[in-house]
Design a binder for this molecule. Structure first.
Ligand code: SF4
Length: 267
């Protein structure tokens, strides 16, 4: 049987809840760590035992440990301690509030202390914590370019794109197919902006700011004749200067999961 060397083959079998019980920030980081031999399948208590047995014999460990990314939550937190908040605030489009770094996400302030602890007046979602800390640790402060690119065109985005479509764009399209008012609600809930519909000739376009210098654009095309509806999520071309591709994936999919939760509550 063919060996598994692609983390996405493992990721597909994970619960994808990003609960952090494996001590990694999300399921994708866990899948990558398994492939690299830094984690065992048994470290996720939620994989079905039959999947564990089936997978264990097929995993090909890559010997490249040097590519370990700064995606471990503890590692990210420890990096925050070395950062000069006042210098970084200007670069990131953030502010200093009572000695903490205040970063706006979807119109709400998230406060980060020198130990990397994140607090907010709204519920702090686990999916948001890692991209937020990665943004502080890795962003070079690049300005927004105004040029929108699909996920597959971002650096290293192509191999992850099928999963991004499956976990992000398709579920969001279904959600809007069922409730076309949702996009309008998201604008008011999350300080979004209507974007020019002529962008990509879409019927509805809205931009949101999950991080101050990292906007996303959601374009929706209504069904027409024999053509079904369609939806794409775009990132500003500078996105890869702020976050690594795994964090951009978590950010996009995390947003969609949050929208699904909101839609369920209001249905
Ligand atoms: S323990 Fe890790 S891999 Fe398992 S569901 Fe939670 S975050 Fe995902």
């Amino acid at each position: 049987m063919a060996k598994i060397t692609n983390p996405f083959d493992i990721y597909k079998l994970l619960p994808q809840t990003n609960c952090g019980d494996c001590s990694l920030p999300n399921c994708l980081a866990f899948a990558a760590a398994v492939i690299k031999g830094r984690k065992k399948l048994a470290d996720c208590p939620y994989i079905k035992s039959e999947d564990k047995e089936h997978l264990a014999s097929r995993i090909g460990i890559k010997e490249d440990f040097s590519r370990a990314r700064g995606d471990n939550l503890d590692m990210l937190k420890s990096r925050i301690g070395d950062i000069d908040f006042s210098t970084k605030a200007a670069l990131l489009g953030a502010q200093i509030v009572s000695g903490k770094l205040a970063v706006k996400s979807l119109g709400k302030d998230f406060l980060i202390d020198s130990k990397g602890n994140v607090t907010s007046e709204c519920h702090t979602h686990a999916w948001m914590t890692v991209p937020l800390l990665s943004y502080i640790a890795h962003s070079n402060g690049a300005d927004i370019t105004g040029r929108w690119v699909p996920f597959r065109e971002l650096k290293d985005g192509s191999p992850m794109n099928p999963l991004f479509v499956q976990r992000g764009e398709k579920p969001l399209k279904k959600l809007i197919d069922r409730n076309s008012e949702l996009l309008g609600d998201l604008i008011s809930m999350f300080s979004g902006e209507r974007a020019d519909n002529r962008l990509f000739s879409s019927d509805i376009a809205l931009s949101l700011y999950p991080l101050p210098k990292l906007p996303v654009l959601i374009c929706y095309w209504k069904p027409e004749g024999d053509m079904g509806s369609d939806l794409n999520i775009f990132f500003d071309a500078s996105a890869e200067k702020h976050l690594q591709i795994e964090s951009l994936f978590s950010l996009g999919v995390g947003l969609v999961m949050m929208f699904e939760k909101i839609a369920r509550k209001h249905s």
